[in-house]
Design a binder for this molecule. Sequence first.
Ligand SMILES: C[S@@+](CC[C@H](N)C(=O)[O-])C[C@H]1O[C@@H](n2cnc3c(N)ncnc32)[C@H](O)[C@@H]1O
Length: 457
Amino acid sequence: MKNVPVQKNQELELTIEDLSYQGRGVAKVGHYPLFIENALPGEKILAHVLKVSKNYGFAKVVERYNDSPERQANSKLAYLQTGIAPLQHLTYQAQLQFKQNQLRELLHKVHLDQIAVAPTVGMAEPLHYRNKAQIPVRMVNGQLETGFFKQRSHQFVVLHDFLIQDPRIDQILMVVRDILREFEIPAYNEPAHSGILRHIVIRRGHYSGEVMVILVTRSRKLPAANQIAQEIIEHCPDVVSVYQNINPARTNVILGKTEKLLAGKEQITDQLNGINFAISPQSFFQVNSLQTEKIYQFAIEAAHLTGQETVIDAYCGIGTISLNLALQAKRVLGVEIVPEAIADAKKNAALNRIKNVEFQVGSAVEWMKKWADQDLKPDVVVFDPPRKGLDSEVLASALQLAPKRIVYVSCNPATLVRDLRFLADHGYAVAQPIQPFDQFPQTNHVESVTVLERTDK
Ligand SMILES: C[S@@+](CC[C@H](N)C(=O)[O-])C[C@H]1O[C@@H](n2cnc3c(N)ncnc32)[C@H](O)[C@@H]1O
């Protein structure tokens, strides 16, 4: 390729200068960056160039000459390669620092260096935290196996210990696998779009210990479905719900639209900050319960509630933040685009006898506008948007609603700083250091809470 200083398959010695947001080492040949898996800043390596494009390329480590002091001993390449734990090779302290730095660098890019970023709130035990597993299965040497795919490939890596999942989920996974083998259920064959079982999905209540198992199949066909479900419950008495979910599409999306309860209850329940939540197979429920509780406590304290306030919870999901807020505010209004999530949110309000909360199905754009047109005067707006952040129309309505405080829970620092730039230019100032939380240890995801105040209040 013209003007590119390296060629595919070239081998060269490099020093890693930086870590990309995805957790890959970055080395430069002149000004040309190469991204390298399992390589940390300060490490000298012999690299093999895998791919080159106009502006950047990818390489792999052939030999590492020295170890960074921040390299985690005994990390396993499979966790890095499958994307289960792309930061596992970095010590936990360095992971927390990496997440704080990422926010600082992005703020710098939009000229908001004056906004401070607090140290990331980490976990005492940064492994085994996920309360949900979605594990693909495939036939390997004639047997159904659990595993994961190498990133950007269709190569299946057999795995039994998933490192960041609740260990009880891993145990149940092995029991379910053995029962499926006993009943000779063939795994899905992706190229041929044949076979039966695509994924095993398991959710476990962090406090309740209740477990839901979902067998995701390619078609309605699942021989001996009820017997399989009964055997799972017999072997694992904590499994209280077994579903078959049918996903006939050629897709990476895990769950299909239809499902059938095979045994047990329709939902499992769990708690967050002492509030009960019913969780259905399709419900969004934060996967790291301990860190979620910390995030919500922080967000609610930041809202400065006295019991007199009207609060909007935009992007409310199944109402987890709304119900926490409702205990300390006068009135909470939640909006969420997924109708099933709002149905769950309403059930969850009733389950906890919380009455001062109203949930609406629709887009945040639509409802923020409606509330502004109705001349609603919220004291606080809480935003917890998906990765793409806030739409410009949502931001415009927020200005019209003019809350005294905005609490912004973000799962994407890039869109967060973009939105903070807009709010800073339109009468809102960040009131305290941005607080990152390590919601997904061993991965590159950065979750944070930012508190803004109207400057002319
Ligand atoms: C990051 S989740 C937060 C959910 C909830 N606050 C929680 O912590 O469980 C973002 C939510 O926004 C919803 N959503 C996505 N786009 C939306 C939109 N345009 N308007 C309203 N809700 C939307 C998603 O369905 C999802 O439930």
